[in-house]
Design a protein around this ligand. Structure first.
Ligand SMILES: [Zn+2]
Length: 207
């Protein structure tokens, strides 16, 4: 086992990447973060750069790849990343990969799940129109059912099979070249199975 882990976790929506990332963070004692969180954290600091990001996001514009990479650079300068870190879902396309030119991973773990499995996991998602809680058809909920808060469960437009398929297409198209660039560090992880089983597979690859 190496002493320093710089783990880039990749995988389509519904692959359980976020859950595994948190769990791995606890297990290895290193921080885990995704770009969305880093941007929000930078805004909260109230720095000049944070304010610039805030204004971009307020207008609904996308933060440039250079600005995003800069946020990541600032984060990697913090002391808690000395023993490594887990980067959740970034870079997810070639432009982001090119902007992120100041560090290399020790491991790139790609959690693979078949498209049908993604659709099954994500397509069952229901949201409460009152409290925003997320539930699942797989738990016996149906659209139109009432939540304990008094709200009603419904399926968001983002969670229709068409919308999910479209996002999976983008993931496959955009991340394939990134995975190719990182080829020497890449291990594919079979993502079908319980959270425990997938976590065990991940730990095996780190040995
Ligand atoms: Zn509710």
């Amino acid at each position: 086992m190496s002493d320093i882990y710089k783990i880039f976790l990749m995988g389509p929506q519904g692959s359980g990447k976020g859950t595994q990332s948190e769990r791995l963070s606890g297990h290895l004692g290193i921080p885990a973060f995704g770009m969305g969180q880093l941007l929000r954290d930078e805004v909260v600091t109230g720095s000049d750069f944070g304010n610039k990001l805030k204004n971009i996001m307020k207008l609904g514009d996308l933060v440039s790849d250079e600005d995003a990479a800069h946020v990541l650079k600032l984060r990697l300068e913090k002391a808690d990343t000395k023993k490594g870190y887990i980067l959740d879902g970034y870079p997810r396309n070639l432009a982001q990969y090119q902007a992120f030119n100041f560090d290399v991973p020790t491991h790139v773990l790609v959690i693979d799940i078949p498209r049908g499995e993604s659709l099954k996991r994500l397509g069952g998602r229901l949201t409460c129109d009152h409290c925003g809680k997320v539930g699942s058809l797989n738990d016996g909920l149906k659209p139109g059912d009432e939540d304990s808060c008094g709200g009603v469960w419904y399926q968001r437009e983002d969670d229709t099979p068409e919308a999910i398929s479209h996002r999976l297409d983008i993931y496959e198209h955009d991340t394939a070249p990134v995975i190719e660039k990182y080829a020497p560090f890449v291990t594919h992880i079979e993502g079908v199975g319980s959270i425990d089983i997938v976590f065990h597979r991940i730990l095996e690859t780190l040995k």
